[in-house]
Design a protein around this ligand. Sequence first.
Ligand SMILES: O=C(O)Cc1cc(O)ccc1O
Ligand SMILES: [Fe+2]
Length: 409
Amino acid sequence: MSSAAATHSDPYEYQPGFGNHFSSEALPGALPVGQNTPQVCPYGLYAEQLSGTAFTRTWLYRIHPAVMAQALSSRSSPASTRLSIPESEPLDFVTGLRTIGGAGDTALKSGLAVHIYTATQSMDKRAFCNSDGDLLIVPQQGRLDVQTEFGPIMVAPNEIAVIQRGIRFSVGLPDGPSRGYILEVYDNHFELPDLGPIGANGLANPRDFQTPTAKYEHTSDSMGDRQQQDHSPFDVVAWHGNYAPYKYDLANFNVINSVSYDHIDPSIFTVLTCKSAHPGTAVADFVVFPPRFEVQQHTFRPPYFHRNCMSEFMGLIHGEYEAKKGGFLPGGASLHSMMTPHGPDAKTVENATTRDLLPGRVADNTMAFMFESMFQLRVTKWAVEHKQRDHDYYKAWQNIPITFNPDQI
Ligand SMILES: O=C(O)Cc1cc(O)ccc1O
Ligand SMILES: [Fe+2]
């Protein structure tokens, strides 16, 4: 931490070098030693991560998390909402589909979209085929009985289904009114993440993915969406190949995490990824926050405060999300756009900084998820103006205790 020679016109101190890992303290001992996210930071500061890319990031130790400044402005940009099912409206999976936002261009096969569906009716003699991209469907309420050209898939809340570009399907609602979330990617297919040093097993294991078996319908009823036809599109009697829909039960996710100290980047919870052409970045990652043990010592265990170079769309399938217990409801959704400060709410902070760090569970019976993208999502007018948008979301961070004490050390 040497300083470059100050000239008379420049009174400030600097750290020399280009692209180094720098570090700087305005008060001695303000940087935590040997870890990024202590349970309580020196001087009562808060840890906040600012990421520039997957490979460039800096930890800031500050008096107020950046989200508090934003909370003061009436134009707070993190957005949160809860979706209700319009029970009296006859909507099926396709007519009940609404787009929250997206980026890119289907014509160039580049980008993604985030949708939600609320449906009250099964698709009746109607089939759907998406030519734009692959769909990752996350039911939140009600099973989906998905008839595909490859055979049927029954997908329940806490399971996901992937239906790729061009595959015809029709959705029945065996449990009545249903809702859920959809991630659509235009570029590539979803893949399992590279496991790197994790090795051969862990996270979502290949054996737990389930692809349907052939089942055909031989009818002469008319069926079709924009296209009419006098027979069922589900008349495939046999098939083989490596392009087929599948489902996956999130309860099978083999959770890997820190068993010593510090909060790990949530990329460790990636179920599926749609890679971009740039190493280390994804068109979209599908990430889950499952029930698990938490054992990290001398650590602030919940998600840390951060400003991310990726866009984060989150939903909750059931239970409570660890960073906003009670403040984020099943069927809700939040969007923290690129570089928008966010983090745990005031209650979570208070508990996490004062609790005994005994080994314990991160809430049982919970499943939150995140669609995380390298792209900046443009939000639709429909979503921005939705009457259930939570305009009080910023209040989650208003009462974070300011614990800074410069005389502490
Ligand atoms: O914002 C969130 O709640 C998602 C999230 C979780 C986590 O454990 C670390 C970073 C992150 O963005
Ligand atoms: Fe986040």
